[in-house]
Design a protein around this ligand. Structure first.
Ligand SMILES: [Zn+2]
Length: 278
């Protein structure tokens, strides 16, 4: 199966009424663990590379290594950028062999978001690369406010955004945030339902670490087809490493892979169809 475009795996997810797990990885230990979980569960998977990871591992090296690993896998693997804001970086990712890109101008004025996203779509689609973009704004560092409605995705605007940009997947803000939640997340399922009715395209839930499984399942039943995880993998690996100080670096690398495997396995199970549960 190997490398796949985001559109392919999300189309199958739509038909099967399930969602595909997106796991942000910045080293090969993490990628190994995630791919192992996806393979065991015979599930497609998305390996994502965040823009700040550029400072940790060069994008061309990472892309080449993941492409090699994906080609050896027996499941569809999407190589995707996460929250890329810089146009040069997005073009570089396309040149490096990413099969999908996320352009994020959600903190910019609406018209700027439309224009920038549309330009990326025009270029990406020429090369068979999928595009995800965000509307509304998913904030960082676990911030939840008394009233978050100002950053929520507006369903009517979402329809206009999708029509004008031609994107393949839309990241929504419905009470989800990045990082560790500082208060219990309360997703606005009513808004999600309306966004799906108005746009009809695959929707993406960012900041899924910390959202209860039953809420994730409900979101999937209402049109979420891609669910992003990162924090849970990092927290699990750090916890295990801190609990066993003084070990050899070799073992610590193995721990990272093992914890990413365990986390991804649990998450993918939640996202799969009921009748596919093992
Ligand atoms: Zn995100």
């Amino acid at each position: 199966m190997s490398l796949a475009a985001l559109t392919e795996v999300l189309k199958a997810a739509e038909e099967g009424n399930y969602a595909v797990g997106n796991f942000d990885c910045f080293n090969l230990e993490m990628v190994k663990g995630v791919l192992r979980a996806a393979q065991e569960l015979e599930s497609p998977v998305i390996i994502a590379y965040g823009e700040p990871f550029i400072n940790h591992i060069d994008m061309p090296y990472f892309a080449k290594a993941v492409r090699c690993m994906a080609e050896a896998a027996e499941i569809p693997v999407v190589l995707h950028t996460d929250h890329f804001t810089n146009r040069d970086n997005i073009e570089k990712a396309m040149d490096c062999g990413f099969t999908s890109v996320m352009v994020d101008c959600s903190d910019k004025p609406y018209e700027v978001n439309v224009t920038n996203t549309k330009k990326v779509v025009e270029l990406a689609h020429k090369h068979g690369i999928s595009v995800e973009s965000e509307l509304g704004h998913v904030s960082g560092l676990g911030e939840l406010f008394e009233d978050d409605s100002h950053v929520f995705t507006d369903p009517q605007t979402a329809r206009d955004f999708v029509e004008r940009t031609g994107i393949d997947a839309l990241a929504v803000s419905i009470g989800n945030v990045h990082g560790i939640y500082r208060a219990e997340p309360k997703l606005r399922f009513d808004i999600l339902e309306e966004i799906f009715l108005k746009t009809g395209i695959p929707l993406v839930l960012h900041g899924a670490s910390g959202i209860p499984d039953e809420d994730i399942r409900r979101a999937v039943s209402l049109g979420i087809r891609k669910v992003n995880y990162y924090t849970d993998m990092c927290v699990a690996a750090v916890k295990r490493i801190e609990a066993a100080p003084g070990r050899h670096l070799f073992d610590l690398c193995g721990t990272i892979t093992e914890e990413c495997y365990q986390t991804a396995y649990k998450k993918i199970l939640v996202l799969k169809r009921e009748n596919e549960q093992k």
